[in-house]
Design a protein around this ligand. Structure first.
Ligand SMILES: [Zn+2]
Length: 137
């Protein structure tokens, strides 16, 4: 049984593995950080938060200093969806942000009825509601 944990991550309780909710790619052991199985893009923060002032003329431009902060983006190797981003000092190891008690999860879900588990939240998938935009009707 796959239990949704975030928008793009699930834990398969039978295999004790993290997996991608979008493409079912097996990411890695659910007893370790999911980030170990994802692709990492170590970004210069100035690419994301562009300077407001001309960097040729000013030392401080309102853009983050890449000597002080990096932006790590994590992507699923199977489908390429961005799973997580984090701001860390350069050289800092990835943050271990989620750690679940897998044995407790198994015990908790064992008592629940079998069947599909849906992620919480509104369904934002596109629907054909039988009308066209811009027709005025
Ligand atoms: Zn994926």
């Amino acid at each position: 049984m796959k239990i949704p944990m975030t928008e793009y991550l699930a834990i398969n309780l039978e295999t004790e593995k993290w997996c991608c909710l979008r493409c079912d790619h097996v990411i890695g052991s659910a007893r370790k950080s999911y980030k170990e199985g994802l692709l990492v893009y170590d970004r210069d923060p100035r690419e994301i938060h562009r300077p407001i002032l001309d960097p040729e003329r000013y030392e401080f431009t309102y853009a983050p200093d890449p000597k002080w902060v990096r932006i790590l983006e994590y992507y699923c190797p199977g489908c390429g969806v961005m799973v997580e981003t984090e701001y860390t000092p350069p050289g800092h190891p990835p943050l271990h942000d989620m750690e679940f008690d897998i044995d407790a999860l198994k015990a908790q879900w064992k008592a629940r009825p079998k069947g599909p588990v849906s992620a919480l939240g509104p369904d934002t998938s596109p629907r054909d509601e039988g009308h066209q935009h811009g027709t005025g009707k």
